[in-house]
Ligand binder design. Structure first.
Ligand code: ATP
Ligand code: MG
Length: 386
C-alpha cells in the first residue's frame, strides 16, 4: 500500500533518562497488538512508522492503534518519491476531497533536496490553489487543516493532513500490576480501562454466586473482561471465585442491613490474598463516592480497613454520566446494561446500612469463621485467560 501510518506518543517524551524504558515497552505493546499482521516497523525520532501492510489490514491496524495506551495520535500519510513533481501529484490527491482553509508545512530532513522548506510549501500551496480554488483557501495564521510534507532522508516523502486521536496514557506494563474487581456493571470495566491506560497491567477478579446467578451473568463478565483486555496489552486473566457459601453464611448469621458491607469486606480480603499470589501491587475497584449505599466514605472505610495494600479507585470523584461516556467510548456500555443479576443484587437487603458502624460490623463478623470461608473460596479459583 502506498500509505504509511505515523505514530506519535506524548508523555513518554517527557521522561528524560527513563525514556528508553517506556519507549521499549510501547514498541513491544504495539508489536504484540499487531502480531497477526504483516508490516514493517520503523523507529524515527519522536515517532514510529508502520508501512508495507496489506490494504485489507488497514482498518484493523487503525482499530488496534486506537486501543494502545501511550499513543497520543497517529496520521495516515501518502508516500511520494523525493521529487517535487511526484510530491505535487500526491499532495493534490491528498487534498482533492477537502474543503476550507489550509497551509502547507514542510519538514526537510533530506538536506540535499533542491528546494528549501519554505520554497516547497509556497510552491505546493500555489499548486493547490491553482487546482482547487473553489473549495480551498490559504490561511497561514489559523487554517482548518495543515498539509504536512515530510521529506525524509531515505528517499520518501510523507504527506498527511489529519491525525487520529489515540487514548493517550502510558504503556501497559510500565506502572506495575493490579487486580481489578470486576462486576457485570458499568463502572468496574471503566475503572479497569483507566488503570491499564495509565500503564498498570491488570488481572481481573470476579465473584459469582452460582446457582443464584446464572451462566449468562458470568458470560457477561467474560465479555466485558475481553473488551477491557484489548486495552490491557491484548490479554487479561480473569479469576472467578465462587461467593455463594460466603453470602449464605453472612445471610444466615448477620443482620440483614450489613449484608453488603460484609460482602465487601470479604471481597477485599480475597482480592488482597489473590494479589499476593499473582504478584499484583494494588486492588482496583469501580467505586464512586456516594453513588450507592456501599460507596459512602463510611462503607469505603469499612471495606478498606481489612486490607493493607493500596486500593485504587479511578472513578471515585466521577459523575455517573461521565463514567457512562467513557464506557460508551471504550465499547463496554452495551454489554454492561444487559439485564443479568450480579452477586450483590441477589442478597440485596431492603435497607442497607448507609453508614455502617465499624464496631457493630466487627461484632457481626465475629459470628463467622472468616479465615475458613476465605480459604475455601481461594481453594477453587477458575482462571479464564482472555
Ligand atoms: P459496577 O458498575 O462496577 O458494578 P456498581 O455501581 O454496581 O459498580 P457496586 O455494586 O457497589 O457498584 O460495586 C462496587 C465495586 O465493587 C464495583 O465497581 C467492583 O469493583 C466491585 N464489585 C462489585 N460486585 C462485584 C463482583 N461480583 N465481583 C467482583 N467485584 C465486584
Ligand atoms: Mg455492580
Amino acid at each position: 500500500m502506498d500509505k504509511v501510518i505515523i505514530i506519535r506518543f506524548c508523555e513518554i517524551g517527557l521522561k528524560g533518562k527513563n525514556r528508553r524504558y517506556f519507549e521499549n515497552m510501547l514498541i513491544s505493546n504495539i508489536k504484540q497488538s499487531l502480531k497477526d499482521i504483516d508490516y514493517t516497523f520503523l523507529e524515527l525520532h519522536n515517532r514510529y512508522v508502520i508501512s508495507d501492510f496489506d490494504e485489507m489490514d488497514f482498518d484493523i491496524i487503525c482499530d488496534k492503534l486506537k486501543k494502545i495506551a501511550g499513543i497520543h495520535n497517529f496520521s495516515v500519510a501518502s508516500v511520494a518519491k523525493n521529487d517535487i513533481d511526484d510530491i505535487e501529484k500526491t499532495v493534490l490527491s491528498v487534498v482533492a476531497e477537502k474543503q476550507g482553509t489550509f497551509k502547507v508545512e514542510t519538514n526537510r530532513a533530506e538536506k540535499n533536496f533542491p528546494m528549501i522548506s519554505t520554497e516547497v510549501s509556497r510552491y505546493l500551496g500555489g499548486k493547490i490553489l491553482a487546482n482547487y480554488a473553489k473549495n480551498l483557501k490559504v490561511n497561514v495564521k489559523n487554517p482548518d487543516f495543515i498539509v504536512n510534507v515530510d521529506i525524509r532522508e531515505d528517499g520518501q516523502t510523507f504527506i498527511f493532513t489529519d491525525s487520529i486521536k489515540g487514548i493517550g496514557g502510558m504503556p501497559v506494563g510500565s506502572a506495575g500490576r493490579g487486580l481489578l474487581l470486576i462486576s457485570g456493571g458499568i463502572d468496574s470495566p471503566v475503572a479497569g480501562y483507566l488503570t491499564a491506560k495509565r500503564g498498570m497491567r491488570i488481572d481481573a477478579l470476579h465473584f459469582q454466586s452460582f446457582p443464584y446467578t446464572g451462566e449468562a451473568a458470568k458470560q457477561k463478565v467474560i465479555d466485558l473482561a475481553k473488551i477491557v483486555s484489548e486495552y490491557n496489552g491484548g490479554r487479561l486473566n480473569l479469576h472467578v471465585v465462587s461467593f455463594t457459601k460466603i453470602q449464605e453464611a453472612i445471610h444466615e448469621n448477620c443482620p440483614e442491613s450489613f449484608m453488603i458491607t460484609m460482602m465487601r469486606r470479604f471481597m477485599m480480603r480475597i482480592a488482597e490474598r489473590l494479589s499476593k499470589r499473582i504478584g499484583a501491587q494494588a486492588i482496583i475497584t469501580g467505586e464512586s463516592l456516594g453513588q450507592v449505599a456501599s460507596q459512602t466514605i463510611e462503607s469505603i472505610t469499612s471495606s478498606n480497613s481489612v486490607v493493607t495494600m493500596p486500593v485504587l479507585r479511578p472513578l471515585i470523584m466521577m459523575d455517573k454520566i461521565d463514567i457512562i461516556d467513557i464506557s460508551e467510548k471504550i465499547g463496554t456500555y452495551e454489554t454492561s446494561i444487559l439485564p443479568y443479576e450480579d452477586c450483590c443484587t441477589v442478597f440485596l437487603p431492603k435497607f442497607p446500612a448507609i453508614k455502617p458502624d465499624l464496631n457493630k460490623v466487627l461484632d457481626a463478623e465475629s459470628k463467622l469463621d472468616v479465615d475458613a470461608l476465605i480459604n475455601e473460596a481461594m481453594a477453587d479459583i477458575e482462571i479464564i485467560r482472555l
